[in-house]
Design a protein around this ligand. Sequence first.
Ligand code: ATP
Ligand code: LTN
Length: 332
Amino acid sequence: MLNNMPVSYSGIQPSGNLTIGNYLGALRNFSAYSEKYKCFYCVVDEHAITVRQVPADLRRRTYETFALYMACGLDPEKNTLYVQSHVHAHAELAWLLNCFTMFGELSRMTQFKDKSQRHADNINAGLFTYPVLMAADILLYQTDVVPVGIDQKQHVELCRDIAERFNAIHPGTFTVPEPIMAKTGMKIMSLAEPTKKMSKSDENPNAIVYILDDRDTIIRKFKRAVTDSETCIRYAEGKDGINNLMSIYSCFTGKGFEEIEREFEGKGYGDFKLAVGEVCADALAPVQKRHAELLADKGYLEAMMKKGADEAAYYARKTLSKVQKKLGFVML
Ligand code: ATP
Ligand code: LTN
């Protein structure tokens, strides 16, 4: 709790162009939380360097991701929007929490296993301790809820274990957070391999629809989406491609699966794919327009980054000092 409001915290890495997976699983749900929670949304640039980044691209994407938060309806006056590296307490608390996290726990993280396979030439210590930095992000703000897609649930559970372990030794230090997930859209799959999560760092651009893709590109990518050899539109086990397209259509239209099956009765996959592309492009058009306006004014974005970082640093410093005192550090 902060100022009598429960706290919501989430982050997105500026590690690639954002996808409709990021949009449906995370971003578009964020503004609804502003009413009930004190919200912190962070662009986690320190997490992004666990995989090699081209510095100029990382910088550009940090601005773009920050602007996307705002373009998706997050008002910087109501929410604390900031960039992780602007608040030094994150890296500092991460070190302290490293000493309360077990090697075995980190070895079990599926994202680490996946990413170390994909980046076998660069299995650095940061990739391994990534969830500890994420725990520091969350715990610094005495967070109650963490809205994420399902892929991050394991990391939030580890964060809870770290907080509970620390609290058992030093009672009353951290709020223990809960992950919260939207009912739909928590796992959007790749359009090329629908058994795999759609991920912004995927090398195949046809597997991904980006939030900033233009209308024609969006429709073309949906037309090429991998499906199966049947023809009728129905949600069923084993029909991963169609199930994924139905989930996406459902997220954008609010329609349930049965209603979608009825709507497309007697129609083929081609018609359905076109319809999915159209609703997606329609929904993203206003976000894209606002995003372009925001990016055209870097001075304003930087002022908002600074405002957010100052606010975040104030709360973060309080928790960090509390932890340092409990650990026995000399406080001057
Ligand atoms: P990377 O490929 O670099 O690991 P990513 O696409 O998985 O990136 P993140 O920055 O790790 O994206 O995630 C930002 C948020 O988007 C998280 O809350 C995550 O759970 C959510 N998210 C990411 N991909 C999907 C997806 N395919 N479906 C639903 N939610 C997703
Ligand atoms: N690990 C997350 C990004 C992230 C995050 C966080 C999400 C970093 N810190 C704190 C929620 C809360 C990811 O890869 N999506």
